[in-house]
Write a protein that binds this ligand. Structure first.
Ligand SMILES: *Cc1c(COP(=O)(O)O)cnc(C)c1O
Length: 227
C-alpha cells in the first residue's frame, strides 16, 4: 500500500489549490478482500469504503464485522437492488433518476430511516457512464428535495477518460457549478463534491473536490479474474 505517497500527493494538491480545508478519502474496495480492507481501515485518514456492487458489498460487509468507517455505494444501482442497498450501505452516492430516488425514499421510509445520498451526474457526456445528464439535473434535484427520507449531501461524478487535463478540469468545474446552483436554489449546504479517482484526483482537488475515491493507487491494480 502506497499510503504515504498518496498522502503527500493529496497534501501538495491542496497546497497548490490554496486550500486549508480537508478532502475526505473513500478507499474504493471493489474486488478487494476483507483482509485488504482491514489493512486500509488502519490508515487514520481513510474515511469511507466505496463499493460499486450491492452483492459484493453485502458479502463483504457480513464477513467484515464492525467497521470504524461508513460504507458508501458508489456504483450504479438497479431498482431491484434498492432495498438491499439501503440495508447494506450507509450512503448511496449514485442516485441518477427520479424513479430510483422515489423508490429509495419509500424504502427508507418503511425502515424509518433517513438515508444520506448524492446525486450522480454524467459530466463527461460519455454514454457508457452512469449519472443523470446535466440538463436533467434540476428536475432530479426537485424530486429528491420532496423526499423526506433522503438527505441530499451533494453531488458525485466520474471524470472523462482522457489525458487532456483541460477536459478533465472542465468536467469537474461543471459539477462544482451545478452544486453551487443547487445550493442557491435549495438553501441546503450540500457539503459533498465527490470527484477524483486514482488518475485524476489532483485536478479534482484543484476544482474543489471535497471527497476523492481511490482504489488502484491504494490497493494496486484490480484483478477482475478473481471475481
Ligand atoms: C472503481 C471506481 C473508483 C476508483 O477507481 P481507481 O481508478 O481504481 O482509483 C472511483 N469511483 C468509482 C465510481 C469507481 O467505480
Amino acid at each position: 500500500m502506497n499510503a504515504e505517497e498518496i498522502r503527500e500527493r493529496i497534501d501538495s494538491a491542496m497546497t497548490k489549490a490554496g486550500r486549508n480545508d480537508r478532502v475526505s478519502f473513500v478507499a474504493v474496495s471493489k474486488t478487494r478482500t476483507v483482509s485488504e480492507m482491514k489493512e486500509a481501515e488502519r490508515i487514520p485518514w481513510v474515511d469511507f469504503f466505496g463499493e460499486n456492487r450491492v452483492q459484493e458489498g453485502e458479502a463483504k460487509r457480513r464477513a467484515y464485522g464492525t467497521s470504524r468507517i461508513p460504507w458508501r455505494l458508489i456504483g450504479h444501482l438497479q431498482a431491484n437492488k434498492a432495498r438491499k442497498a439501503v440495508e447494506i450501505f450507509d450512503t448511496i452516492d449514485s442516485v441518477d433518476s427520479a424513479d430510483l430516488a422515489r423508490r429509495l425514499g419509500r424504502i427508507a421510509g418503511e425502515m424509518k430511516r433517513v438515508v444520506p445520498v448524492l446525486i450522480e451526474v454524467n459530466t463527461s457526456g460519455e454514454d457508457s457512464k452512469s449519472g443523470v445528464y446535466p440538463e436533467k439535473f434540476p428536475e432530479l434535484l426537485d424530486e429528491v428535495m420532496t423526499l423526506e427520507n433522503l438527505r441530499l449531501e451533494g453531488l458525485m461524478t466520474v471524470g472523462p477518460i482522457t489525458d487532456d487535463e483541460g477536459e478533465i478540469r472542465r468536467a469537474f468545474s461543471h459539477l462544482r457549478g451545478l452544486k453551487e446552483s443547487a445550493v442557491t436554489k435549495t438553501g441546503l449546504t450540500l457539503p459533498v463534491l465527490s470527484m477524483g479517482m486514482s488518475d485524476d484526483f489532483e485536478p479534482a482537488i484543484l476544482e474543489g473536490s471535497t471527497m476523492i475515491r481511490i482504489g488502484t493507487l491504494l490497493f494496486g491494480p484490480r484483478d477482475y479474474s478473481k471475481h
